[in-house]
Design a protein. Sequence first.
Length: 274
Amino acid sequence: MSKQVNRNCYDRQKVRSWFCEEIWFRSLKRAGIVPDDIGTKWFLAAGKRLRPILAAGIYSSLGGCDDDVAIPIALGVECFHKASLIHDDIEDGDTMRYDQPSVHAEYGVPLAINAGDWLLGAGYALISSAALPGAVCAELVRLAAWGHAELARGQGDELAFCFHPHPIALEKTIEIYERKTSAAFNVALQCGAVAAGMKPEKRAILARFARAWGIAFQIRDDEEDVVSIKGRTSDLCALRPTAYLAMACRSRSSDLCKALAEAWNGGDKERRRL
């Protein structure tokens, strides 16, 4: 007997079609959230939509086919991502994102912080409005809160390093990647799996995949940073913890080690002002 195919498969094209004003406003209304102009504009702006694609994709691959479940979860995890970008751009001093001014560059830091906070609240409201039993929705919120806290810990580690830079091991850099990036991918996968009824013991493999993908994704981002991205302060120039910096710290070149030490000591006062 052949396996039945889920005809409501949430592929990449389908998920990306959800990021339009009609579905966004309808979903917010259902979740009881009043729209925010800046938050809405930023949410609907460009983006890869990787996290919602992961959430909806794993949900449908496990047999899920309810739009009232998939859509709010997908929109919710993207809310968390877009909020993190707003706050990250402020903390890093980046003035461009998606080839356009970052939110704080366009509206100022206070309004940008507020828009990011609104997106976080909207994200929690959206995933909790999924058409699922209360206990399942509670688990979705718990997973999202865990991911939110992990991301903040990873970003905190990075900011603390920039405040007082020092030689960093590759293992520590990867630990930051796991918190800043892998955790968000894991939340997306876990939410989709929980919504589809996947047992906790089987979801462990998703966590391992999210860890590996998040690390690889961040290393790829480091590579792009090396060749420069318009409007972004170079992570290497800012001496943020990256795989490239960690490798440089392992160098046996005395000239390189001396250059790093001079850069750290020379930029310390400026970082403290930031």
